[in-house]
Design a protein around this ligand. Structure first.
Ligand SMILES: Cc1ncc(COP(=O)(O)O)c(C=O)c1O
Length: 458
């Protein structure tokens, strides 16, 4: 249907024009049939006819680049090859490569329906029952810091949102202090601290020569960092490398952090998912706390309870006195209020029901062992396939030394591109693959793709 095109050509001055005198309104110019005419609205300043803006007020807003991790899934969906593999996003898949909702989660949700739980707002700090069990799960229920009331815990919007709260706390109360993150790290860490206006630097972590931990590099970088820096540590299952320090190395890291008066800041996104044991995966955090240090810990239930889109996690700050913990908690709430007012209830109730109930808690541990076990099985099969198929004598044992969902293959960007372009294997360009998206049936295919990319692309 044809209609006369009437549009507002320039309703506001551009940034190059002099500042407008508000007492003399600029008449908008209308395009009518290709002509530009000054338009004086009939009644006061209200434009009564329909107008379409053809110069957007958002002209200066540039296209944002696609997210390096979530963009991988978009490309995967568009690929029609039957051997395609999505090893980009860190989300658990079954052996049939389907998303998985844990049985304990379904049970907890049924319980909520049966009880007819309401949807009232939560307090700013979240669900009290959730905050209690989440701190106990992390530190251990008998930990003195809990008994003495020295932990400030607030429910956060999963790991990301909890880290962001901590970013805001650091920006407000530790002005100028740097957060040191591992090189490499989970891609969102840099975004989070950039958006929090918190300066960050990096410490060495990954050694490409050994595809292992650059322990000496890490220690010397922590030593030269300004005293009182925040040191961001992955509690377990380091993302993206899958390389964790040994218990002895953790002790040495803690020594240096103490000597330098640094503040340890743990990101625990995989508790129970790395080793299959909740306690073992929390041992790094607990060791720092047992030394009497003040520690920040962000927690996430995305992976270990498969609650990705429920956005459930927590920010914990262990303080040296209950009084400090009370004050820190009040400030975390103050930060949260204008950001999102209060957190969502559904995931918090699921966690509270599962972790707080001995029967469901044990069932969860069994399911988690199964998930962690499936990942360990495909890790082993991938290693076996690589070792059998690759006749070059290359040592692939680093794959078995890595832990958790991810494996850092050591493939560079060009090689990773080859994995995708030639083999339909979708992964991040840093060479990381999520083994949670792999099944036994496709291990050999993946090994072929890695060997080809490693040896034939420089
Ligand atoms: C190291 C690390 N921290 C935090 C997160 C946060 O995830 P979420 O916000 O889904 O809990 C992730 C997720 O991949 C992660 O790998």
């Amino acid at each position: 249907m044809a209609s006369t095109m009437i549009s507002l050509a320039s309703a506001s001055p551009s940034s190059s024009q002099p500042i407008r005198d508000n007492s003399k309104p600029i008449l908008p110019k209308l395009k009518i049939g290709g002509f530009s005419v000054a338009h004086k609205p009939k009644s006061c300043s209200r434009i009564t006819m329909a107008v379409a803006v053809d110069v957007s007020r958002f002209e200066h807003v540039k296209m944002a680049p696609p997210d390096p991790i979530l963009g991988v899934s978009e490309a995967f969906r568009a690929d029609t090859d039957e051997m395609k593999l999505n090893l980009g996003v860190g989300a658990y898949r079954t052996e049939e490569l389907q998303p998985y909702v844990l049985q304990v989660v379904k049970k907890a949700e049924n319980l909520m329906l049966e009880r007819g739980d309401n949807k009232e707002y939560l307090p700013i700090e979240g669900l009290a029952a959730f905050n209690k069990v989440t701190a106990e799960l992390l530190f251990g229920a008998d930990n003195p810091v809990i008994k003495e009331g020295r932990v400030a815990t607030v429910q956060g919007l999963s790991g990301t949102g909890s880290l962001r709260l901590a970013g805001a706390l650091i920006e407000r109360y530790f002005s100028g202090a740097k957060v040191l993150i591992s090189s490499p790290t989970w891609g969102n860490h840099k975004n989070i601290f950039n958006d929090s206006n918190v300066p960050w630097g990096e410490y060495r972590y990954y050694d490409p020569k050994t595809v292992g931990l650059d322990f000496d590099g890490m220690i010397s970088d922590l030593k030269v960092a300004a005293d009182g820096s925040f040191i961001l540590l992955h509690g377990c299952a380091h993302n993206p490398t899958g390389i964790d320090p040994t218990p002895e190395q953790w002790e040495k890291i803690a020594d240096v952090i103490q000597e330098k008066n640094h503040i340890p800041f743990f990101d625990v996104a995989y508790q129970g998912f790395a080793s299959g044991s909740l306690d073992e995966d929390a041992s790094s955090v607990r060791m720092f706390v047992a030394r009497g240090m003040e520690v920040l810990v962000a927690q996430s239930y995305s992976k270990n309870l498969g609650l990705y889109s429920e956005r459930i996690g927590a920010m914990n700050v262990v303080c040296s006195s209950p009084d400090a913990a009370t004050r820190v908690k009040s400030q975390l709430k103050r930060i949260a209020r204008p950001m999102y007012s209060n957190p969502p209830i559904h995931g918090a109730r699921i966690v509270a029901n599962v972790v707080g109930d001995p029967v469901l808690f044990n069932e969860w541990k069994e399911e988690m062992e199964l998930m962690a076990g499936r990942i360990k099985t495909v890790r082993q099969k991938l290693f076996d396939s690589l070792s059998t198929k690759d006749k070059s004598g290359k040592d692939w044992s680093f794959i078995l030394k890595q832990i958790g969902m991810f494996s850092f293959t050591g493939l560079n960007k060009a090689q990773s591109d080859n994995m995708t372009d030639k083999w339909h294997v979708y992964m991040t360009k840093d060479g990381r693959i999520s083994l949670a998206g792999l099944n036994l049936a496709k291990c050999e295919y993946l090994a072929d793709a890695i060997i080809d990319s490693f040896h034939n692309i420089s």
